[in-house]
Design a protein around this ligand. Structure first.
Ligand code: AMP
Length: 590
């Protein structure tokens, strides 16, 4: 099969690198491509947004599959145009791509279908927008409605900045037609993560999580760029957050798009802001992210072609993604001056040496060939991407390769992946020990509470009967590891909490789990009925107990943590308020 990839960045190089590994593919074309892509594909000089010319080319060359990288051709309707001519395209339709190309549309969809996002409003009228800004007060975020090459979002820390942003978008038309409407929304805090999934409009098949680094300088300083690096996985998206993103965002969004008569097929990208247990959508993109595509595709083990075909043919339920367990890191090397003005056509040295390092791929973005040598041709020039057994190992390998590449005026961030390392270095205060991984469904309630209060925790499995040494080892070392409270969840003759309690003087909370024909009565008695001197604080059976175990652990920690104890007080008040509200609703019931 002949494949045509549209675009010219690091994302498209990564896509082509992956597509090239498919035994199904005989020839790859790229329009317009770059110097790195030219090593794997035939580059054709057609701009990514010249969709008529691309159609003529695809028909003439009998292209079997067209893969669209950037947003512009999708928003112009390339998928609809090609499909009307009987050509197969991997990319969202024009109506579906509006989830990215119109921020007011995506805000309306999220509001209508209860998908969590920043609170905000859409305006075309300057005065009304100004009044809203004054009413809400800073900080606020002002966004041009349409595509603005990643520059249409202005995070404003003062009212004046927000009004200036409004003036520049609505009045001065800094982004042209893209700024005919603006979205003004609350400024969210937390940690950002990118969540991408393949979808055929019905099934949602998630890729691993990742995180982009938008600002140009280390420690997230300086102006925003297209992305100065990325890594995968993003530890902020743990198992609990992952499940909620799927249940509360990805699946409902795909369902919502179908219900609106805009079935979404392709890659759906949710930009998220995560703060403890609160997850909100910052934006949707209708395609792979750049640079996220590089660290994601290097981890994907499957042949990508059958997955893309399954998306097009609406049989994605047949597919399963195989993901490399290792972490990946992509460091973007950029031209000096980027994201402002920069020089072009500067010769790049060291590319071959860097590419020889095992588990490193140097993806090209803004490069071209001049007199047979690779020269710079854009702001973001290369995406040096590496795999490692740990995120630290991947970082080291990527920077080892980066250090071998040189050109005049080169710039890159030195801290790509640092947030992942820092998050992994946080010392847990609570350890959740489960008798079996099948207990997670119940113990997720504990996880939810600990997340809510921002309490760092660890979670593991140990059996009092099948791995008593492991269980005792966990308890014996807990204090030295910084643990303050142990929560043990187990079913059947649940001796786990008792065994742990006998090896530590830390408080142990036991969660009896209903997993036998005795409906949890067995685990309740074996957890609660401890001999004198070895107490286990026992909570109710099952999920309510697991939830209370989390709250009790928070209360124990709150004794020496005023901020946490204030959060617990607020939590109690909120519960009382909920009861009042329910009582009020029943007041006139006779
Ligand atoms: P977007 O293109 O909407 O993702 O915005 C680009 C960047 O602006 C995001 O990656 C965030 O860093 C920031 N941003 C967008 N919306 C918000 C918001 N509501 N609160 C805080 N930061 C935001």
């Amino acid at each position: 099969m002949k494949v045509l990839v549209i675009g010219s960045g690091g994302r498209e190089h990564a896509l082509i690198w992956k597509i090239d590994q498919s035994p199904r593919v005989k020839k790859i074309y790229c329009a317009p491509g770059n110097a790195g892509i030219a090593g794997l594909a035939e580059c054709v000089p057609i701009a990514a947004d010249d969709i008529q010319k691309l159609l003529e080319f695809a028909k003439k060359e009998k292209i079997g599959l067209t893969v669209v990288g950037p947003e512009a051709p999708l928003s112009m309707g390339i998928t609809d145009l090609f499909e009307n001519e009987g050509l197969r395209v991997f990319g969202a339709s024009m109506k579906a791509a509006e989830i990215e190309s119109s921020k007011s549309f995506s805000k309306a969809i999220m509001t209508k279908y209860g998908i969590p996002t920043a609170e905000g409003m859409v305006f075309t009228n300057y005065r009304k927008a100004e009044a809203y800004i004054r009413k809400k007060g800073a900080p606020l975020v002002v966004k041009a409605d349409g595509l603005a090459a990643g520059k249409g979002v202005i995070v404003c820390s003062t009212e004046k900045e927000a009004i200036d942003a409004l003036d520049s978008i609505l009045v001065k038309q800094a982004f042209g037609d893209a700024g005919k409407r603006v979205v003004v929304e609350e400024c969210l805090t937390g940690e950002e993560a990118s969540f991408l999934a393949f979808t055929d409009g019905i099934t949602v098949l998630p890729l691993p999580s990742s995180q982009d680094h938008k600002p140009v300088f280390d420690d997230d300083k300086g102006p925003n760029t297209g992305g100065m690096g990325a890594y995968s996985p993003a530890p902020v998206v743990d198992r609990y957050i992952h499940k909620r993103v799927m249940d509360e965002i990805m699946i409902p969004t795909v369902r919502a798009m179908a219900a609106e008569g805009r079935p979404y097929k392709g890659v759906l990208y949710a930009g998220l802001m995560i703060d403890r247990d609160r997850i909100k959508v910052l934006e949707f993109n209708g395609r792979f992210g750049d640079p996220e595509a590089q660290p994601l595709l290097i981890r994907m083990k499957n042949d990508i072609i059958p997955v893309m075909e399954a998306v097009i043919e609406e049989r994605l339920h047949e597919c399963k993604l195989e993901i490399d367990e290792r972490a990946s890191v992509c460091v973007v090397m950029a031209s000096g001056g980027y994201p402002g003005s920069y020089k072009k056509e500067i010769p790049i040295k060291g590319l071959k040496d860097a590419a020889r390092i095992k588990d490193v791929v140097v993806f090209h973005a803004g490069t071209k060939l001049k007199d047979g040598s690779v020269v710079t041709n854009g702001g973001r020039v290369l995406g040096v991407t590496a795999l490692g057994d740990t995120v630290t190992a991947a970082i080291d390998k990527a920077y080892q390769a980066v250090s071998m590449i040189k050109w005049e005026g080169i710039q890159y961030r030195k801290d790509i992946g640092k947030k992942a390392v820092m998050r992994k270095a946080v010392i847990p205060m609570v350890e959740i020990v489960m008798g079996s991984d099948s207990d997670y469904d119940v113990m997720e309630e504990t996880v939810a509470v600990l997340k809510k209060f921002g309490i760092p925790f660890g979670i593991t499995v140990a059996s009092a009967h099948r791995s008593p040494e492991r269980a005792s080892g966990i308890a014996k070392t807990a204090r030295a590891r910084g643990i303050k409270v142990i929560i043990a969840g187990a079913g059947h003759a649940a001796h786990l909490a008792g065994v742990l309690a006998s090896f530590t003087s830390l408080p142990v909370i036991g969660v009896p789990i209903d997993s036998s024909c005795l409906s949890g009565f067995d685990s309740l008695l074996s957890t609660v009925q401890m001999p004198p001197g070895i107490p286990v604080a026992t909570v109710a059976v099952g999920k309510p107990g697991a939830r209370n175990a989390g709250i009790l652990a928070a209360q124990i920690l709150g004794i020496s943590d005023p901020a946490l104890s204030a959060m617990l007080d607020a939590f109690k008040k909120e519960m009382a308020l909920q009861v009042e509200k329910k009582a009020a609703k029943l007041a006139d019931f006779r």
